[in-house]
Write a protein that binds this ligand. Sequence first.
Ligand code: GDP
Ligand code: IMO
Ligand code: MG
Length: 434
Amino acid sequence: MNTGSKVDVLLGMQWGDEGKGKIVDVLSPEYQIVARFQGGPNAGHTLEFDNKKFVLHTIPSGIFHPQCMNLVGNGVVIDPCILAREFIKTELPADELRKRLLFSAKAHLILPSHRLLDAALEARKGEGKIGSTLKGIGPAYTDKVARSGLRIGDLLQDNFRHKYLELQKVHLQTIHSMGYSFADFTIENLPYADYEKLWFDGLEQLSTMKIVEGELYINQAIADGKKILAEGAQGTLLDIDFGSYPFVTSSNTIAAGACTGLGLAPSKLGEVLGIFKAYCTRVGSGPFPSELLNDIGETLRKIGNEFGATTGRPRRCGWLDLPALKYATMLNGTTQLFITKVDVLNTFSRINVCIGYRYKGKEISYLPSGYAPEALEPVLQEIDGWQCDLEAINSFDELPSQLQAYIRFIEEYVNVPVVLVSTGPNRHQTLVRN
Ligand code: GDP
Ligand code: IMO
Ligand code: MG
């Protein structure tokens, strides 16, 4: 019996920005479909090739490969205004976009008033704020779970406008009940009404795109034996259930999210490709045990150009956290690891790696839930740096011995092979291990 193909899942193993976009773009020639399964325009996935740089927020990172179909799955939340801008920034002709891009009818919409709510909720949290990207992600997923959200499929119905106004009314009432007026907030420096107009223009464009029953589409593709890659957004440590709650995003970023976010049975998942940086970064608030609040952190930020692809905020930087990486491999069933940004460490004579934590007088190798960040201290191990440029290197075996030793150390700790090394932001700066 022909059981069809399996869907490989590619996702972030840390707090996001691991280089997922670059790697999906590199792998896309091997796939016929790339499908985003969760998150929304809080994501910023950067791709570089032909001396150009693109940042994708909603569109899957296979879009620049003409043979590749790109599905935005039901698990994604979409802001039509941001999407319309993204269409233009791809520099692809509209008919080409329409050919390569599909949207699940069950994907939820982010309304302008979701963004107002996000701003009001963060403002109310004061010191305890999450550091949200303020794209309306949390409120849009809240409405989805509360069964009051609007989906792309609703666009085709006559009562769309009525449903929109009803939902907006509830949001505005909530904002008022929190002691704010909706005039207290702008969206992208625009008054609400101006942004709302752009949003409806975007919606108009979205309605001209191919809207499909995503779960039927993808399962038919599996039955036809097509090669499919599911693209995650954010990272495992921002997962709504397993991240450092409440400093997380509002979706399941782990491999299981690909099942609910695309309509896949668990038995349809194939390889799980986990992307991680040679060090760690985090944007926004929340615990970060191996964070470097010193010159070294500053150096990592500068060399690694660690500024958010979506918000431009400086990213917090720290050493690679191996217990956290191991935790991520457990949650995702990661079968292959891809390390990125090793070149950022080229000039370091010594590199540290976090191999455990000191907590309440004991050494532990897991992150306890609900711990006070100041009560936990990283246990670090020093490793030799390689102190050379990697530009001229064309294969894994040519990598400096210290970098190979660093990779082996990681593999031994987490017990998953590292099969790809990224040595720069460009497509061609990628070494696959034989
Ligand atoms: P994503 O959200 O996981 O797709 O990652 P981002 O695009 O937000 O952030 C990764 C950043 O690192 C982007 O600016 C990439 O262009 C860049 N990048 C990706 N891989 C490498 C690498 O191996 N070396 C360097 N120096 N930069 C990289
Ligand atoms: P990609 O896909 C890094 C972070 C925010 C904040 C928290 C909640 O590019 O890796 P939200 O906007 O979801 O309410 O923010 O999650 N965050 C990300 N950090 N990369 C991302 O996406 C992120 N998406 C959200 O900074 O701390
Ligand atoms: Mg990013």
